[in-house]
Design a protein around this ligand. Structure first.
Ligand code: RRO
Length: 325
């Protein structure tokens, strides 16, 4: 076997991804120049920064930090407004373009999703119900299941139109910690017939302190922000696996703690069909995709795998227990 006989491509959701690895929303995907660099990279798709109706500046800087273990951010949804990302998709369109839309005001989000429905250059929509950093809100929508049900029920007529024309729609979830949360959110995913879930957004309400300055490393919200990077990978793997067990027919996009091809291998074993890279992309820039791709292929060659489908969701359990978690 050699590198030419292994493929990391993925055909899911009626789309063809040249690689199963793409950027996470928020990482180097706010300006058109950044989106173009992703288009020119080895990434298998492009995800936009989560967008709102109008352009937003976001929170005061410094609002992003990383070190070798983690990242912390409280960006506050800085973005150029949804029309900018539609226009960007029209100018790129070499690979699947996923528009991330922030779930803010219901009526406005409905209107945004209605416009996107008509746009053939937007391949699919990722509805972000898990932003941890909005200064006016101390709630993450994805953690409040009645509100979430309500929110989805307003979008439901539109979801049906997405289904009718075959444009996939999915939801980006926060981390969950308890079995009942996975049960409830999985029922909602099924009720509203989401095609995919992205798990997970940054871990909310974290704090990192600098030893020298004795201060938080970011400014907004007294230093409280969303955690990403290597530290969150075990949380992500568990969330992928627990959703995989409950949602056998829903595509899972893994997001959290990917630095290497080996990390991608673990996400896929847990049940993700596609993955997203955030913190490591911020650290290394878009060349990270070629590196991760080559590391994943090395593992596949060593193990005799030709296609990622041969090991997606195939984590080998030591002892098979009934699902009581
Ligand atoms: O912009 C942000 O502060 C942000 C968003 Br919208 C999100 O979904 N996740 C995150 O960690 N930061």
């Amino acid at each position: 076997m050699n590198v030419k006989s292994v493929s990391t491509e993925s055909k899911v959701l009626g789309l063809s991804f040249s690689s199963c690895v793409m950027n996470a929303s928020g990482a180097l995907c706010t300006s058109f120049e950044e989106l173009r660099s992703l288009d020119e990279s080895y990434a298998g798709a492009i995800v936009s920064k989560s967008c709102s109706q109008m352009e937003r500046e976001g929170n005061p800087k410094p609002r992003y930090f990383h070190n070798q273990d983690l990242s912390l951010n409280s960006m506050g949804l800085p973005n150029n407004g949804y029309s900018y990302y539609i226009l960007s998709s029209q100018k790129l369109n070499r690979k699947p373009f996923i528009m991330s839309v922030a779930a803010l005001d219901k009526i406005i989000t409905y209107q945004i999703l209605e416009v996107i429905l008509q746009e053939s250059t937007v391949s699919m929509v990722e509805l972000n119900v898990s932003c941890p950093n909005l200064c006016h809100s101390n709630q993450v929508l994805g953690n409040h299941f009645e509100d979430l049900d309500n929110y989805f029920s307003v979008m439901s007529p539109l979801f049906q139109k997405y289904k009718m024309i075959g444009k996939p729609y999915g939801v980006k979830l926060p981390p969950y910690w308890e079995g009942y949360q996975f049960d409830v959110v999985s029922k909602l995913i099924q009720k509203y017939q989401f095609d995919f879930v992205t798990t997970l957004n940054s871990v909310p309400n974290c704090l990192v302190i600098d030893t020298e300055t004795e201060s938080p490393v970011i400014i907004p919200k007294n230093g409280i922000g969303g955690l990403g990077g290597k530290f969150v990978k075990p949380v992500t793997l568990s969330n992928i696996y627990q959703l995989r067990c409950r949602l056998p027919d829903v595509v899972i996009i893994g997001c959290g703690g990917i630095e290497t091809g080996e990390d991608v291998f673990h996400h896929l074993l847990a049940g993700a069909s596609l993955v997203q890279v955030g913190t490591e992309l911020m650290k290394r820039g878009p060349s990270v995709f070629a590196k991760i791709e080559s590391e994943l292929k090395d593992i596949m060659i060593r193990k005799g795998y030709h296609h990622i489908g041969e090991f997606i969701g195939k984590m080998k359990l030591n002892v098979v227990n009934p699902m009581t978690y």
